[in-house]
Structure formats: C-alpha cells, structure tokens
Design a protein around this ligand. Sequence first.
Ligand code: HC1
Length: 589
Amino acid sequence: KISVTINGIQLEVEPGKTILEAANEAGMIIPTLCYHKDLCIAGNCRVCVVEVTGQKRLAAACATPCEEEMEILTNSLKVRNSRKHIIELLLSEHNADCTKCYKNGNCELQELASEYKIMTQDFLRLAPLKNYTIDQFSPSIIKDDSKCIRCQRCVRTCAELQGVNALTVAYKGDEMKIATFFEKAMNDVVCTNCGQCVNHCPTGALVERNYIEEVWDAIADPDKHVVVQTAPAVRVGLGEELGLEAGERVTGRMVSSLKRLGFNSVLDTDFTADLTIIEEGTELLHRLKKALAEEDQSVKLPMATSCSPGWIKYIEHMYPELLDNLSSCKSPQQMFGALAKTYYAKARKIDPDKIISVSIMPCTAKKFEADRPEMHDSGFRDVDYVLTTRELAIMIKQAGIDFKKLPDAKFDRLMGESTGAAVLFGATGGVMEAALRTAYELVTGREVPFENLDITPVRGMEGVKEASVLIEKPLDEWAFLDGIELKCAVAHGLVNAKKVMDAVKEGTSDYHFIEIMACPGGCLGGGGQPIPTNPEIRQKRAEAIYAEDGGMPLRKSHENPEVLKIYQDFLGQPLGEKSHHLLHTKYTG
Ligand code: HC1
C-alpha cells in the first residue's frame, strides 16, 4: 500500500488506484462527466480536477494514479473555481434548453450546473452552435449533437463494450463532433440499436425514441384493447428508476402499476420466453439429429440464440455468411406480439384490429425489432409500441402513482403464467440455462444434472462462458446422443460475441449451442435500463434474477401450464405449421 493525504486525511491505498478511486472510497466525492466505470479512462472533460501539492497544473483525478506521499486537495478554492469555469464552458457550447429536453431531471451536466449554482453565464456563447444535426431516423435512438459535450462516452461504449464502432470523433476545434461514418443517419450505418450509447450518455445527446404519448392515446381510446407484456429484466430494474435500491425485485408492484395505468390486460413476456424454450429446444434437438444421426451437411451447428435484436443486427452486418446458424425462433417479444393478435384475440373474442400490443423492454433495439418487416405474421404489426424500462417509469410518475406504496398484483391469465426458467432470460447465460433444463429432460426423461437446477457455469459476468453436459442413457428416440457431450458457449456484449463468432467462422469451435446477448450482463444491462448501469448494478440485478427464479414454484419451461395449453388449444405441436408461421422467421440481412 502507499500513503496519500486527501484533504488533510491520511489514507493507505492500493498502488495503481487513481485519485478519483481513492477519494471516492474514503467518502470524498469528486464530480465526473467523461468517466464511467464501464469504460477506459479518457480524462477529457476535466470536471474532476484536483490540486496536487507541488504541481502547478490541476490534475484530472480520474486519470492520475496516486503516488507515495501525494498531498491532494479535492475541494480547495482553486479547485472549486476551476470546476465551475469548466462547467460554464461546457454549458456555453451546449443547447441548455433544459425544460424542453427529454433528459431533463436525469442529466449529469444539469446536475452539476445545479450543484455549482451556475446562475450567470460568464462565458457568453459567441456564436450559434456550430455543425450540429439532429438525427431522428432510427426507430430506437435520437441523436442530437446540440446537447453533446464531447465526453466521448458513447464512442468508447460503442468501441469497447460492443466492438461496433458506429460512432467516432469527427472534425477539429469548435467543429468537433461525434459522428457516424460520413455522417449518415444512425439507421444507415452499422449501429445495432442496442442503446448502450444512450445508457452511457451523460446528457440528452443520445436518447431513446419514446412512444409515451402514443401509448397514453391508445389507453385513452375506448375503441382499443391495450395489451401489455413485460420483459424478464424489467422487474429487476424498474425500481431503481422509482427510488428503490438496485436489485430490488418489483414484479408485483410493476403489474399493479400497469393495471393502474389503464392497460386492459397485463401479461408477461416470460410466458413466451417459456414458449421460446420449447420451440428453440426442439429446434436444437432436430438440428442435432440431422447433423449427427443423419449426417446432413446442410444443417448448421452451432445453433445460435436469436432473441436479442441487437445481436441479430450485428450478425447481419458482421457475419452474414453465418445467418443460417441462427435459430429460426423469433424473440419472445415478437412471439408474444404475433400471439396477442391471433391466439389471445380469438380466445378473448376481440377483433385483432382493435388490439394495441405494447411491450415494456429493457432494450432500445426491441423498438427496431418490432419495426422490422418480418414482424407482421399475425396479419397486423405484431407489436405496436415498445417502451423501455425508463419510459414506463416516466408514465408511472406522470400518473401520480406512489410506486413504493403499491400492493403486489398478479399478471392476467392466458399469456401471463411463467416459470423460473423464463425469468433467467434477463441475465447473461439465462437462455442457455433455461434451454438446458428443458432439452436435457426431453432427451433423457431426467432433470439436468446440476444441483438445484442451477447451471452455474453459465452464470456470472465473464465475457465468454462455456459449459458442457454429458448426455447419458437418453430415451430411445434420442439414442444417437448417448455419450455425447453437449458443448455450449455464452457471450454477452458484442465485443465478446465477436470472439465466439470468429471461432465459429474459422471452424475452430466445437460448440453445439451458443447464446449471445448484445448487452453486457444480458438484458438486465440493456440500453433501456435505468441510468446509471454499471458493473455493481448489473451484479445486483443478476442476483435478483436468480432469486426470482429460485422462488418460483415451477422452474422448467416445459412445465408451464399455459404453454401446455397453447399447444393443446392452438399451436398443435412445437415446430408445427402454426408455430412455423407465427413464431419463426428467417433473417436474410
Ligand atoms: Fe430480453 Fe428476451 S430476455 S431479449 O433480454 O429473449 O429486451 O428482459 O424481453 O424478447 O423474454 C430484452 C429481457 C426480453 C425477448 C425475453
């Protein structure tokens, strides 16, 4: 350990710790803007400046490692004045029309301006804002350069977490901006719509395209029957946006709030997550049969999950030659949408034309997915509006609902029942865990050989995880699988997807099944989740997902009674004709 003094207090810190880390650990807060726990250090905003005795220039706390005997002042007059000037300079180049900004109330720059009481504008804007555009073409993301403070968190996010590099720094001096390739619209470049840039942006420069007014209008229309579905990860994130601790499970209160908002039926994406497991598990077994028993060379292995729309867009751009490796299953969101306007409409005797299907997702790419031309198999647009967790929280606040005091409520029936396996979808490795619980049992008639059904090798925040399950004494139909070690890989964050997909492309992988989720941590770390999202918060949300699974009476998708019922009453059989039409698709890039 090394010895440093911060604001007169002597501290022992680990070598390599930055001043920012040492000060924060000792309870001394230093403001930051370009810094984010997920990202490499940039040190370009200078808001975190501190005084180091003996040095003429102020140091950026985020980028300066502690040194032995260093004496640091985080709160001197010189530091406070400098910081205030830096904030004023940032504001002088910023469209500070805060009351008209979507991020009003959740903007880090606005918070700092408030903290430092920037009342007058010492640095008058000398010229109108230069070289900015507002890109509103994407169904998921709005990019407004006039609100950008050039901290480059979005650029680093897109490069370091996703390896996509859709955003970069362009121009110099006062014309410098964050731009796409040739300044094309986000919709026309490799952007996957994952929204990680939105989640990491400190201001209103990158925000989700919101559909709050459209959903209020639908609810208010007496001629419409508004059905809402909620994604697995929303129940472990929504509370944060409404004043609760990270990782607090709010499933019952979420359902309560949706009923009070006026939705006609509050149903669950988890139902179709269970359904996905039946369809996808069956598809995997069929592929294995063709490839291993019939030696059909045309069958592609490994089969890859297909529920993360950011991942779908990524493979379309980066590995189009591997599109046949994707499962043909639509995502649970889209399966739900297709069934809402067919199965649900028929059972409830409602004209599908009058059904408005809304989904609450932790994800901005789900907006893009719902907008895809493939997603009209019900004869209508399958999902009409997608709201993020953040948008739902806005509606709850607008409705004057005191979320903390809400009683728990239960999902409505028909497409509202789910198992613990379904909620696992919200965490990286969860689709794999749910699929293995079912596929192993279908093949052997026995439970998957992991204690308490917890398939721990696919849990955790390692970028790429591997697991294998030895298949022993299968049922007669699956005799060809006897002694086979089913090999699986799980990747989250597209930068990790690349590692797995490069191996698949080069033919060096021996996996049978891979799960890829676009966002770090899986959907619980989605671009539509509360801000901030960082490693500690993702960890807490993951623990909440596992606790939710552990507490469910049913924990295997094939035991979901509503899933059994839908096959009996409507679908017939997995991969049957109706399933094929409504629940499966083919992405062609
Ligand atoms: Fe997801 Fe999925 S898990 S993709 O992350 O397969 O968004 O939560 O809803 O569709 O079920 C997201 C979450 C979500 C789908 C499911």
